[in-house]
Design a protein around this ligand. Structure first.
Ligand code: UN1
Length: 507
């Protein structure tokens, strides 16, 4: 038994309101700090790697039962989860703010994203449609059916500690798959809060929910590794850095598991001469500095037509100058803390590298006045002579690189000339430009927008991207297919045995 963590009464109250018991929070060795003031808010017991086989076996046992519960009934559990999330919205949003440092509205927005995907998944539970396929043989019928797949491992990142879990879990559950969740070591408390909320939904659902439909494992890479390498975890969804995905993806595919990877982004906006600059400025500032630049969809590159570059940069500098940076719990705050000192190190290293490559840095300094003891930083705007190596690298901090262009072809080439391919956008009132950007010769990203920024996607679309972003798709559209196995069936209701392709084999 270790001492109680030395947290503030405010933090303790948030955790109490979330239903997390003090005993649970003080028993272990994993130190959880709030980025708001760097105080330790919990010491959690970690899952030991040698416990993982049992965790996976429990999920497998749950699967054996859950796969036979009719999908619309499985949807009912997700409906109840949505109801419980609505009731707990404030309490869970507060834990997101406490643990990830998001401003209040963004913490609540993340919970809303969970609620939205529960609604979506409920409808989906009645629409797990297969196909009927015309057979080439007389008296034959072909069809395609989608079946539950097995336990789904979900590894999530600190910056969106709960919504990406929900994108995966809500779909996995209606598709008949139990979930094993490994949250980031930095944000396990949000996961434990969600587990409590989930248990309330299960209690209301009744007896046909097996135990262990959702398990949360707390710990580091070794715990994740057990999920990544187990043949009994057929689906492994992971959100995080490209480096993480490069390590995880091949291990999953080596055992012929199915990885769903949502990795780094290096998202850009092209600002064309016809752009509505008032709208562009608002979109740029939200997507570049919101969540302190720590979204995978954050705007990191601005590719602006030379004719409006000077004006746009001046307006951005002005907007950056009036940003409210500080305690994310305060009303009207726009930029909260970075997750920790290592994020500031990475930001400083990127800014000095960009300067070395000919960039001019505006902002980017530490903010120490009027803020708690966390890592608070002024977002940086960096004018670059061209798209250098540093610009091509994702730094998880509020840095926006600005580059000029002359022709749309040049802008699109520059846009696509980075390793990542998550989100993108163009601001233009010119239909030809907008449609070109969305066409096969335009943006190469999984998400491409016109006259809105790259971040803040709705759950109804498929979320994810190409190239170093990993290729996975989660959330809306037909992402549910990633959580089921497809079976093609041919039924012969004739009295003959014809072979396909006209092959004869008379015995
Ligand atoms: C992430 O940063 O990992 O589109 C997810 C957005 C949010 C999700 C971001 N809906 O910005």
């Amino acid at each position: 038994m270790t001492d109680m963590p030395r947290t503030s009464p405010d933090h303790a109250a948030v955790l109490r309101a979330a239903g997390l018991s003090e005993a649970r929070l003080s028993r272990g060795t994993l130190s959880v700090r709030s980025p708001i003031d760097r105080t330790e808010v919990a010491r959690l017991t970690e899952t030991r790697p040698d416990e993982m086989p049992d965790v996976i076996a429990r999920a497998t046992a749950a699967f054996r039962h859950w796969r036979s519960v009719p999908a619309p009934r499985r949807g009912e559990l997700v409906r109840l989860l949505g109801e419980e999330l609505r009731a707990a919205k404030q309490a869970l949003g507060d834990v997101v703010t406490l643990e990830a440092g998001k401003v209040v509205s963004e913490g609540l927005g993340e919970v809303q994203e969970m609620i939205d995907i529960c609604d979506f998944a409920l409808g989906q539970s009645r629409q797990l449609y297969g196909l009927t396929i015309a057979s080439e043989r007389p008296g034959h019928r072909m069809s395609e059916t989608w079946h539950p797949m097995g336990p789904c491992g979900v590894i999530t990142a600190f910056n969106f500690p709960v919504a990406p879990w929900a994108w995966n879990a809500a779909l996995a559950l209606v598709c008949g798959d139990p979930v094993i969740w490994k949250p980031s070591e930095r944000t396990p408390l949000t996961a434990l809060t969600v587990l409590e909320i989930f248990k309330r939904a299960v209690a209301r659902f009744g007896e046909d929910a097996p135990d262990d439909l959702l398990q949360v494992v707390v710990g580091g890479a070794e715990v994740g590794e057990a999920l990544v390498t187990s043949r009994d975890v057929p689906i492994l969804s992971a959100t995080g850095s490209t480096a993480m995905g490069r390590a995880v993806g091949p291990k999953v595919t080596e055992r012929f598991g199915r990885p769903i990877l949502e990795l780094g982004g290096n998202n850009a906006m092209i600002v064309a001469p016809s752009a509505d600059l008032d709208m562009a400025v608002r979109a740029i500032v939200f997507s570049a500095v919101g969540t302190a630049g720590q979204r995978c969809t954050s705007l990191r590159r601005l590719i602006v037509h030379e004719s409006i570059r000077e004006e746009l940069v001046a307006r951005l500098k002005q907007a950056y100058g009036s940003l409210r940076i500080g305690d994310p719990r305060e009303k009207g705050m726009l930029v909260g803390p970075l997750i920790g000192p290592e994020a500031l190190e990475a930001m400083r290293a990127a800014l000095s590298a960009a300067e070395g490559e000919g960039g001019t840095v505006h902002g980017g300094g530490s903010v120490t006045e009027g803020v708690p003891d966390g890592v608070y930083v002024a977002p940086a705007l960096v004018e670059m002579p061209d798209q250098t190596e540093t610009v091509c690298t994702e730094t998880f901090a509020p840095i926006l690189y600005v580059m000029g262009y002359e022709t749309l072809d040049q802008a699109i080439a520059m846009h696509n000339d980075v390793p990542q391919g998550l989100s993108s956008c163009i601001f233009t009132l010119d239909l030809r430009e907008a449609e070109t950007f969305l066409s096969a010769t335009g943006s190469d990203c999984g998400i491409a927008n016109v006259n809105i920024g790259p971040s803040g996607a709705e759950i109804g679309g498929a979320f994810g991207g190409e190239k170093d972003t990993g290729g996975g798709r989660e959330s809306g559209s037909d992402a549910w297919k990633g959580y089921m196995r497809r079976q093609t069936s041919t039924v012969n209701f004739s009295t003959e045995m014809p072979l396909a392709q006209g092959v004869t084999f008379d015995i």
